[in-house]
Every structure is written in structure tokens, then in C-alpha cells.
Ligand binder design. Structure first.
Ligand code: PLP
Length: 447
């Protein structure tokens, strides 16, 4: 972490917005240079990658300037990059890494599955055991089917809603992310979205959303909502908002889909259990497959029954033996109800501490979220929904990211953190100390 070295004159100058911005630019430039100097092997890999992978990657969220850090291995809550730098992993594979790296129970399940053969082209015992486990944990899920990703699960859940209701329009929320083909950014649009006719509403806006559902009642097949916006900034839903959306959706004869791909970690039965709100359908993904590719959609018996006769749902790898085996171990042995409760509490405590440090420093920084998920926002005041980030906020976010990496803490470039089960109190202290150091070192830029 660099130390502040500003004279009194500089500090006075820094308080004018123009100077602040030029000092911020200079600090960012210096942080990027320091980042690059410590990662020559990552830089070299990137130079080769761009020749065959557009942008040098096959997953846009991992791309950032000047080049992304390439990781070599992980164990527990730690990551090692290809240049030998060690990190506390608070990116947590964008929430799919909930179980940490190399859990022995998951590894044993995978080895066992490998030994029995990979592609059996048949139904087996594992998928129904896994299905039973998930149905018993999520009371709103009577029946479930598996996919290979959360994106696929959401695409199919929405299509199911269209078939069941005989309608086509969906309601989604600005800032909602339901997969690479179902992304509704707060500003702009995703040019490769699947062509569902969609009405976008503002998150946590009860009147606007209920009004939209009522006015288009006869046309709406589904309302799809994350019970906490994940990628959109870890912005929690007001329970009154979700209840009002649920009531209006049912009154309109439409299907309420909770996308719990990220939020299912909030308790053994997901955020829906914690909130006491039951959707008609739920989509799952990420860690539930034990770190293997995974997605699932499930819900009311009468909805899911369409797959018994009238609707086909194929997918070569839907019941692949690795995801089934790792998923069963994850749900049965690793992410137990107690583990879910403990991780939630650890995250709540961490966020409280972080926000107390920010408040004490008087910094325009806060950590939004719930339980083990949080996102840094460089603004004060209550945040109910995603917003158009200012260039200054974006620059501070980038600086924060580089300073965290420099302090040995790997977070998502967008400022998101996701705790994993191996995270300890010592890890929490490492992160809160790094944030405290950032606030001290960058104080003049944060005024
Ligand atoms: N839904 C939510 C809420 C997500 O956060 C994500 C991924 O980040 C998805 C769906 C898509 O899942 P996948 O990346 O497995 O397609």
C-alpha cells in the first residue's frame, strides 16, 4: 500500500474538484503501473491470448485494463497468480466459489465419479438424489430440472412461463442480471439479449412496478427478479417491494420467478426462506453444482409437469456425473444449514465493520449487500437501485481494486466481494485492515 505524501499546500489544492480529478488520474496511472510491474507473466499471457480470444478472454467479467491477473492455483481461501503473488480470495468466483478451493469432500466425490466413468448417456441414481436434496431445501420447489448454467436455467424458466400462461411479455428490472443473454443494465442495453418482449421497471419501486404489472396484466407471462440485485451492486430488496410484486404478479395470472442463482447462499433454503416469500419458480446455479458447471430451474408441481408429456427439455450435460456428484457432496456435506447460517453472520459482521470504518473516515464509500455478498459504492446515502456511475466514482472503484490487489486481496473488478466457507476471522481482519489503509492513504482523493 502506498503511503500518502501530500504537503499541506497539496492537500488544500486537492480539495478543488479539478485538482482532485487530476490527482485521481495520476494516482490511477501510478497504481496501474505498479500493478503491471508485479505481473509480467500475466501480461505476457494476455499478449498471446488476444491473438485467439477476442479481448484476450472468454468471459467478459474477467477483462480489465491494462490486462487481467492470471491465476495459477487456489487452496482454501487463497489464490496464487502466475507471477507468484498470493491473495486472500474475496472474489469467490463471483459467488460460485462458495465452497472454497479444493474442499476434500468435493474432491473425493469427484474422484469417485471419475472412476465410475464420465458419459453414461443414461439416467442414474445421482440426479434424483440431488433433486430430492434441493426440493427439500427450497419449499417452493416441488420439482426441478438441471441445466449447465444459470443463464440456461433462466432462459428455460421464462420460456416455461410463456407456455404455461400462453403469453409472451416478461417484466424484469433495470440492473438485473439473469445471464449473458438476459442482462438489463441500469444504463444502455445488452445487444445480445434473447428476444423476449420485456418491460423494465426500477428495483424497489413498488408503485411503478405494480402499476406496470397491472396495466399489462393480460400480456405478462412472468416477472423475473433477483431477491437481492447481485451483479447490479448487491442492492437488497425491500421485503415490502417483493411482497407487492408477488401479489401483483399472481393477481395478473403471471408467474413469479425468483432468480436465486446468486442469493440462494443466504440460507439453506435461499433468500426466499430468509424473507418468507415463495415464488412460483426458482432458478439456481453457481456453487450448487459443487464448483462444476451447473444450473437448475424448479417450482410448482403443476408448472413443472409440462415436461412430463408436452414440452421437451434436452441437454447433453444436464445430468453429467461430475456436477451431480459434486453437487450432492456440496449440499449434503459442505454447505449445510449451519454452514449457511454461519457464513451469513460472518458477512453481516464484516459489512458492519467496513461501513463503520468508512463512516469514521467520513469517506464517500459504503458496502451494500446481504450476508456474505457485498459491493463497494463510492457514494453516500441510501442506495435502492442501480445508478449511472460517474467517471469519478468509476476511477475510485478502479483505484480501490488495484489497492486491494496490492494488499493481497483479490476482489471483483466491479468492487464486489463474495465470502467462501473457508474464510476465517483472520481473513476478515486482513480485508478490513486493507480497506482502512486505503481510506488513510487515499484520504485526500476521497474528500
Ligand atoms: N442469474 C444471476 C443472478 C447471476 O448472477 C448469474 C451469473 O452471474 C446468472 C444468472 C447466470 O449464471 P451463469 O453464469 O451460470 O450462466
Amino acid at each position: 500500500m502506498i503511503q500518502p505524501s501530500h504537503s499541506e499546500v497539496e492537500v488544500v489544492m486537492l480539495q478543488s474538484p479539478a485538482h482532485q480529478n487530476s490527482f485521481l488520474d495520476a494516482a490511477l496511472l501510478e497504481a496501474r503501473e505498479r500493478y503491471a510491474a508485479k505481473r509480467p507473466k500475466s501480461a505476457a499471457l494476455h499478449r498471446e491470448a488476444v491473438k485467439v480470444l477476442p479481448g484476450g478472454n472468454t468471459r467478459t467479467v474477467l477483462a480489465y485494463a491494462p490486462f487481467p491477473t492470471a491465476m495459477a492455483r487456489g487452496a482454501g481461501s487463497r489464490l496464487w497468480d502466475v507471477d507468484g503473488n498470493i491473495y486472500l480470495d474475496l472474489c469467490g468466483e463471483y459467488t460460485a466459489g462458495l465452497l472454497g478451493h479444493s474442499d476434500s469432500r468435493i474432491r473425493a466425490a469427484l474422484h469417485d465419479a471419475l472412476a465410475r466413468g464420465l458419459s453414461l448417456a443414461a439416467v442414474g441414481e445421482a440426479e434424483q438424489r440431488f433433486a430430492r436434496l434441493l426440493c427439500s431445501r427450497f419449499p417452493s420447489i416441488d420439482m426441478i430440472r438441471f441445466t449447465n448454467s444459470g443463464t440456461e436455467a433462466n432462459l428455460i424458466a421464462l420460456s416455461v412461463a410463456q407456455v404455461v400462461t400462453g403469453r409472451s411479455r416478461i417484466i424484469a428490472f433495470r440492473g438485473g442480471y439473469h445471464g449473458s443473454l438476459l442482462y438489463y443494465p441500469a444504463t444502455g442495453f445488452n445487444p445480445i439479449n434473447a428476444p423476449f418482449p420485456v418491460t423494465l421497471c426500477d428495483y424497489n419501486d413498488i408503485d411503478g412496478t405494480v402499476g406496470a404489472i397491472r396495466s399489462e396484466a393480460g400480456e405478462i407471462a412472468a416477472v423475473i427478479v433477483e431477491p437481492m440485485l447481485g451483479s447490479g451492486g448487491c442492492i437488497a430488496a425491500d421485503p415490502f417491494f417483493l411482497t407487492a410484486v408477488a401479489d401483483a404478479t399472481r393477481a395478473a395470472g403471471a408467474i413469479l420467478i425468483f432468480d436465486e442463482v446468486m442469493t440462494s447462499r443466504m440460507s439453506a433454503g435461499g433468500l426466499q426462506e430468509r424473507l418468507g416469500i415463495s415464488p412460483d419458480m426458482t432458478t439456481l446455479g453457481k456453487y450448487i453444482g459443487g464448483g462444476m458447471s451447473f444450473g437448475a430451474f424448479g417450482g410448482r408441481h403443476d408448472i413443472m409437469e409440462i415436461f412430463v408429456s408436452s414440452v421437451p427439455h434436452a441437454g447433453t450435460f444436464n445430468n453429467n456425473v461430475m456436477s451431480m456428484a459434486a453437487g450432492i457432496a456440496a449440499m449434503e456435506e459442505v454447505f449445510t444449514a449451519t454452514a449457511a447460517t454461519d457464513l451469513f453472520a460472518l458477512g453481516e459482521g464484516l459489512r458492519e465493520q467496513l461501513n463503520a470504518i468508512c463512516d469514521k473516515a467520513g469517506a464517500p464509500l459504503q458496502f451494500c449487500g446481504l450476508g456474505s455478498l457485498a459491493t463497494a459504492h463510492f457514494r453516500r446515502g441510501r442506495i435502492d437501485r442501480p445508478y449511472a456511475i460517474t467517471p469519478r466514482e468509476e476511477a475510485l472503484k478502479e483505484l480501490f481494486f488495484f489497492d486491494m490487489l496490492d494488499a493481497g486481496v483479490y476482489i471483483a473488478r466491479r468492487g464486489m466481494t463474495a465470502l467462501s466457507l473457508p474464510t476465517t476471522q483472520r481473513d476478515v481482519v486482513q480485508f478490513t485492515t486493507a480497506v482502512g489503509d486505503f481510506l488513510d492513504a487515499r484520504a485526500p482523493l476521497l474528500r
